[in-house]
Design a protein around this ligand. Sequence first.
Ligand code: 8YV
Length: 324
Amino acid sequence: MSARPVVVVTRRLPDAVHEALAREFDARLNPEDRPLTAEGLREAVRTADALLPTVTDKVTADVLSAEPRRLKLIANFGVGFNNIDVEAAKARGVAVSNTPDVLTDATADLAMTLLLMVARRTGEGERHVRGGQWTGWRPTHMLGTQVSGKTIGLIGMGRIARAVAQRAHHGFGMKVIFHDPYPPPPEVAAALGAEPRASVDDVLREADFVSLHCPATAETHHLMNRERFGRMRPGAFLINTARGDVVDEAGLVEALESGRLAGAGLDVFEKEPQVTQALVTMDNVVLLPHLGSATEETRVAMGMRAFENLRLFFAGEPLRDRVV
Ligand code: 8YV
């Protein structure tokens, strides 16, 4: 029997995924969940047939230049792959896969969670009760913003944005508008009650809630900058479950401090796990530690999807989720 492919798994994954990986491969697991250093990743490039990284592993051109290279596949745990220099991987003939579909619902649920939390001031309310400050019900206490009937503007209209549109329109009676350079077919948008707009700025001008659903690329870096915040409706809210790089956090702080924006709900940050200090002090900002896909069911499904890509690749079959 030929040796089984060596797969380096960078972080601790759910048990069911560990079991599947260990059954099929010479899986180098990380039950202690210690993040790999750049040198640890370079070592994996030299000694493993495949790498299963997460968003916390920066698979840079430098990491991929480690020689002699044994690595043939990077099976990313996550749909976003901005942690990987995919051009450098492609140039070296290293394939890359991701895990779409399986985290769509969980992430859309979290976008709605943030939207509701920030509109209804629930983080603030929680802190109020836990802090022992609640003196009793009163008609004008902690009034928030009504969600039902408002307009949500989606930047990007891929899988997750569509699932948000479904929830917002059919669940909360919201008007849904969106911009995407590669829009879905009109009948798909219509079924979600979603209307296209010609530009990001057109969405910003109209939306009460702007929710980001684009990938982090060179084009979307700081897409939401000072100028764009200035084009949002006064009193609008920003929701980000995409990637921190899409938002200029300094510009966001200014827009919140000036009162231009009423609030923000953020699951992702420019320099995770660091969070711009000014945001931490603001009561009208909800901050979550990158929990978009963090359900038991979804994290198992993501692991099994990465496993499926690994299995197909080493069986000589086409990857299900090829990135490059
Ligand atoms: C993951 C995500 O938690 O899939 C993504 O793009 O941001 C999250 O679902 C993270 O990327 C895991 O690597």
